[in-house]
Design a protein. Structure first.
Length: 294
C-alpha cells in the first residue's frame, strides 16, 4: 500500500478511536432528534441525517426521531388556494389546514420510515395520536385563537418504550389529541422537548438552520459552543436571544431542568452534523448542559 493511501486509512482509524469512548458512554441510551428546517427540504442532506441516525442505532444508541414539515405544509396549503398565516411563529390552523397538515406530516413520516428501512434498520412511523402519546389542550397565542394548535399537557411514552424494546426506531409526527379526541397540530420543537423529558433522554438534538448560539448574532466571534442552563437563561433575560431561537432555547433549558442530560443545537445544513457533534471531541454546534456538569 502506498504511503498516501496508508495515511488515509490511518486517519480513518483515528476517527473511529476518537468515537469509541462516546459509543461506550452512550450505549443503550435514548437520544431524541428533532428533525426539520432545510435539512428536510434538501434530498442530499435528508439522506445524510437518516444515515447519521441509523448509524447511531447500529452502534447501540436508542434514537427517536421527531420531525416537522412546516415548509411542505405551507406548499400544500398554497396548492389549495389558501395563504399560510402565522401568529407569533405559530401556524393558524383551521379545519382545512389541519386536514392538510395531518396528510402532509403522515406523508413525510412514512417517507422517513422508508429511508431508514432502506439502510437495513427497522423503523415504525407514528403520530402523537397513537397510544395516547401526545395529549394536548388548545393553545392560544397571546390570547388569540389560532385554531387547532395543540399545547402538550401530558406524554404517555409507553408506545415508544415498547418500540425501542422491540428494536424499532420510532419516528414521530407532531399531532396530538385533546380530551374530546379532537386532532391538533403541535409545534415539532415542543413535541421533541416533551418526549425527551418523558423518556429521560440522554440527549436531545435540534437540527436547525443556524450554526448554534451567538451572544451577538451579527458577530460570528461570539459563537457559544457550550453553556449551562443558567447561562442560557441569562442570555434570554438579557435579550440576547430573539426570533425563532427564543422558544427553541426556552425548550432546551426546560429539558435540561427536567432531566435531559444534554441538549444540542446543530446546523442541519452541515453534512453529518449529528455524528460530528456526538462522536468528536470538539463538536460543531452549541451544547447546553446542566449546571455543575462538566
Amino acid at each position: 500500500m502506498e504511503q498516501k493511501e496508508m495515511n488515509r486509512v490511518l486517519e480513518k482509524a483515528e476517527v473511529l478511536i476518537e468515537a469509541l469512548p462516546y459509543i461506550q458512554k452512550f450505549n443503550r441510551k435514548i437520544i431524541v432528534v428533532k428533525y426539520g428546517g432545510s435539512a428536510m427540504s434538501n434530498e442530499e442532506l435528508q439522506k445524510n441525517v437518516i444515515k447519521d441516525v441509523t448509524l447511531l442505532k447500529l452502534v447501540g444508541f436508542k434514537p427517536i426521531i421527531v420531525h416537522g414539515g412546516g415548509k411542505e405544509i405551507s406548499r400544500w396549503v398554497g396548492k389549495v388556494g389558501k395563504e399560510a398565516q402565522f401568529v407569533n411563529g405559530l401556524r393558524v390552523t383551521d379545519d382545512e389546514t389541519m386536514e392538510i397538515a395531518e396528510m402532509v406530516l403522515n406523508k413525510v413520516n412514512k417517507n422517513l420510515v422508508r429511508m431508514v428501512e432502506e439502510l437495513g434498520v427497522k423503523a415504525v412511523g407514528i403520530s402523537g395520536k397513537d397510544g395516547g402519546l401526545l395529549q394536548c389542550d388548545k393553545k392560544y397565542s397571546d390570547g388569540k385563537d389560532i385554531g387547532f394548535v395543540g399545547d402538550i399537557k401530558h406524554v404517555d411514552p409507553k408506545i415508544l418504550y415498547d418500540l425501542l424494546e422491540k428494536d424499532f426506531l420510532p419516528i414521530v409526527a407532531p399531532i396530538g389529541l385533546d380530551d374530546d379526541f379532537q386532532t391538533y397540530n403541535i409545534n415539532a420543537d415542543d413535541a421533541a422537548c416533551a418526549i425527551a423529558k418523558a423518556v429521560s433522554a440522554e440527549k436531545l438534538a435540534f437540527l436547525t438552520d443556524i450554526e448554534g448560539l451567538y451572544r451577538d448574532i451579527n458577530d460570528k466571534s461570539t459563537f457559544i459552543s457550550r453553556l449551562t442552563a443558567s447561562q442560557a437563561d441569562e442570555l434570554i433575560n438579557d435579550g440576547c436571544i430573539g426570533g425563532g431561537m427564543l422558544p427553541k432555547l426556552t425548550n432546551c433549558t426546560s429539558a435540561i431542568k427536567e432531566g435531559v442530560n444534554r441538549v444540542h443545537i446543530l446546523d442541519g445544513r452541515i453534512p453529518h452534523c449529528l455524528l460530528l457533534e456526538i462522536f468528536t471531541n470538539h463538536g460543531v454546534g452549541t451544547a447546553i448542559i446542566a449546571d455543575g456538569d462538566k
